[in-house]
Design a protein around this ligand. Sequence first.
Ligand code: AMP
Ligand code: MG
Length: 324
Amino acid sequence: MKVLGIESTAHTFGVGVVSEDEVLCSVKSMFEPDEGGIHPRKAAEHHYQHALEKLNEAKQKSADFDELDAIAFSQGPGIPQCLDVGAVVARSLAEKHDIPLLGVNHCLSHISIGTRTTNAEDPTTLYVSGGNSQIIEYRSGRYRVIGETQDIALGNALDKLARDLGYPHPGGPEIENQAGKTDEIIELSYPIKGMDFSFSGLVTETQRKIGDVEEPVLCNSFQEHAYAAVVEALERAMSQSGSKEALLTGGVAMNSRLREMVEKMCEQRDAEAYFPPPAYCMDNGAMIAHQGLIQLKNGDKGLDLTYSGVKPGWRPDQVEVDWI
Ligand code: AMP
Ligand code: MG
């Protein structure tokens, strides 16, 4: 079986083709704002401009599209204007080839590609990206959100702080680079709230210190506080459920300090830490294709075009999981 997947929840327009045995291709184009954050209309324009080119690239790299068994797309959650582009392209392809159109939850596909590309089986997932920050575990029929941000996502927080420091978007890599220049830390508020966390206040507090505190110290302090909070919540979740596996995914999973903290915490709990390859931590089309493949193999007949609208606020715990 072969499934083509389309990702377009935010900054990335990605196309991937997977079979049971291999990822045949994963190509993408990322929208990079000249200034500010992700402007929905501009990002959607970017996706429209690159859709055909990425589809052609995928066609050359994988196989004849006539061999495809289904088309999957990120139905949500995400930026509505961006989601619409992927949905339109996916509907057209499914119609043209007369194959099922599969709606995929973006967050769950991060977990599925994570278990496919590592040895993790039933992990507690820390999913930290530009738009989402959640701790997720599978329990009897659904993925449950055990903890999550109460305001903005961790990646968004890093990007906001980076903007005020004059760093390019996305800001995570340059904040990591600056933080690596020092071991010094100043005290900031610790943003954990029970099993949840929140980053808006921490961003404001850090922003107010710009100019008074050296940039590497600010970046290092922000990272230490924010990452310690999510790892503490992850540890609590694992302790509560007795989980012996942690999976770190989403764009912020690229951060080496965060990986180190997750690794250390797991070591101390005699648990295993799993990190998917960087290309599969960031948004990509292969993960959508893979999630589609799972659903197809489990009997998903696909969406009726009339009911294939995007779901910008679709939470992972709203999906009835019948494939585990
Ligand atoms: P995603 O939405 O999953 O594609 O992830 C994008 C987010 O990942 C952005 O907010 C980036 O700032 C963040 N990111 C990328 N690389 C790093 C890094 N090395 N450290 C921290 N955050 C990162
Ligand atoms: Mg994502």
